[in-house]
Design a protein around this ligand. Structure first.
Ligand code: NAP
Length: 485
């Protein structure tokens, strides 16, 4: 029915301890573009989540005892299978999430790249020797996997947000339980099928799908056998999960919300800035944590940039992500469209001007036409909230210090972007922005080799890169004494 090369990749059950578990009821997974049913998936709950933690605990001893090289071979095989099945995985992703097929396949490649990266990086978990303060002692530092890792992930990147965590955790020697977002479980289950085919042993990678977010989340954050909890999602939910983790003093890493400024200085290459803003704002229909949230343009180039940007945004093609030529898909639900429209209306009532979009469309209630607002100020709700939709609020600034002050005036600190060709300004602004990731003359910044993560209330910890293993490793200090003759 869905034209898969390999229909076995569409799974309907949670994957626990190397087998597929059915439950008494089902969750319907619907295509956001059409509302049509894609699949029914068994609705697991607290009991299955506990079972998955038990399985991960049981598998930890033998998985952590494997050599880094043995784990590397299996992770590499998993990467190969993800890439061999990129078309099907992309189609599954578009069906459950809505993003255009080209973007979905790009996400599959992006997610798989973390498996490849950490299959190699896992071999480089070096320890240390430290000169001791007295001659009869030696100080040695070793690194060991933390144990069972539990993860909760969002719907906006149903493949990559899992791969980014699991790749590092498994490479470090940890075992893994993930609860994917209720709206998008199919990509996670397809990954489990490929993990099994790659030879990842039972219990090492477990996926529990269920709509009891609170109950299952409580197990994953409070279970004594979970050593580390890693979350990607909103700041509000992240805060409550951090406090749940306190009861067992778990290691915690958080990839939370953002409010990215995109700053265009008067010396910028305006065409490059327009292209960067277009991709960083409108990919995934504006539903990414690193999406541009506020476009700040220096007064002297405001009119020229705005004119070029409007033309570029008019060129986007809205539609069903499976259709040829579509560059922007639906939002995840009609309710998400409603929430964004409320922000648009509120800014207009506060003085912003709607210069493009926000029109009704006969595509359906999950679609919002790409929108641009001008005359926005940083005190408006649209500038203070993570928009998570295809809307660009444009505001202006006079000089560099005002740009920095506006950009940093947010509780978030995930990604920021700016365009300038002045080398002095580039250093000053890059160092002055209070964000974990900065795109300089660049609108797309994520890749497996770079540390992904935020400052302030956008979270803690880093995913990807040589730093990405740290969150899954314990540092153990061995003091060897009595060495005197
Ligand atoms: P969300 O509402 O926080 O949900 C994220 C995940 O948490 C989902 O699996 C959700 O389950 C689950 N959840 C919700 N409430 C819970 C609770 N009380 N206990 C346990 N689990 C709970 O966020 P979202 O709307 O799905 O995702 C968008 C957010 O993620 C944005 O803020 C975005 O910026 C952020 N994000 C951050 C990054 C990053 O790397 N920094 C990357 C992508 C997205 P259900 O699906 O069942 O609701």
């Amino acid at each position: 029915m869905h034209n898969f090369n390999d229909p076995q990749l569409l799974k309907n059950f949670s994957y626990i301890n190397g087998s597929w578990h059915s439950s008494a009821s089902d969750i319907a997974v619907n295509n956001p573009a059409t509302g049509e049913l894609v699949a029914n998936v068994s609705n697991a709950g607290v009991a299955e989540t506990e079972l998955a933690v038990k399985a991960a605990k049981g598998a930890f001893k033998s998985w952590s005892a494997k050599s880094a090289n043995e784990r590397s071979v299996l992770l590499r095989k998993w990467f190969d299978l993800m890439m061999e099945n990129q078309d099907d995985l992309g189609r599954i992703l578009t069906l459950e999430q809505g993003k255009p097929l080209v973007e979905a396949k790009g996400e599959v490649a992006y997610g798989a790249a973390f498996l490849e990266w950490f299959s190699e990086e896992g071999k480089r978990v070096y320890g240390d020797t430290i000169p001791a303060p007295s001659g009869d002692k030696r100080i040695v530092v070793i690194k060991q996997p933390v144990g069972v890792v539990a993860a909760i992930t969002p719907w906006n990147f149903p493949n990559a947000m899992i791969a980014r965590k699991a790749a590092a955790a498994l490479a470090a020697g940890c075992t893994f339980v993930v609860r994917p977002a209720t709206q998008t479980p199919l990509s996670a289950l397809a990954m489990a099928e490929l993990a099994e085919r790659a030879g990842i042993p039972a219990g090492v990678f477990n996926v529990v799908v269920g709509d009891d977010a609170r109950g299952m989340g409580k197990v994953l954050t409070e279970h004594k056998d979970v050593a580390k909890f890693t979350f990607t999602g909103s700041t509000a939910v992240g805060k409550s999960l951090i406090s749940q983790c306190a009861s067992t003093v778990k290691k915690v890493s958080m990839e939370l919300g953002g409010n990215a400024p995109f700053i265009v200085f008067d010396d910028a290459d305006l065409d490059a800035a327009v292209s960067g803003a277009l991709i960083s704002k409108y990919r995934n229909a504006g539903q990414t944590c690193v999406c541009t949230n506020r476009v700040l343009v220096q007064e002297s180039v405001l009119a020229e940039f705005t004119e070029k940007f409007v033309e570029a945004v008019k060129g986007l093609s809205l539609g069903n992500g499976l259709d040829e030529g579509v560059t922007i898909g639906p939002m995840i639900t009609p309710q998400a469209v409603g929430d964004v429209k409320k922000l648009i209306d509120e800014s207009i009532s506060q003085g912003a001007q709607l210069i493009l979009g926000s029109n009704d469309t006969d595509l359906g209630t999950s679609f919002l036409t790409p929108t641009i607002l001008t005359g926005v100020t940083n005190d408006m709700a649209i500038a203070n909230n993570e928009i998570f939709g295809p809307v660009s609020p444009i505001m202006s600034f006079k000089d560099e210090s005002e740009a920095l002050a506006i950009a940093n005036d947010t509780e978030y600190g995930l990604a920021a972007y700016f365009y300038s060709r002045d080398i002095g300004r580039i250093w000053r602004v890059a160092e002055g922005l209070e964000f974990g990731m900065i795109g300089i003359n660049e609108g797309i910044i994520s890749n497996a080799a770079a540390p992904f993560g935020g400052m302030k209330q956008s979270g803690n910890g880093r995913e990807g890169s040589k730093y990405g293993l740290d969150d899954f490793l314990e540092i153990k200090y061995l003091c060897m004494g009595g060495l005197d003759k």
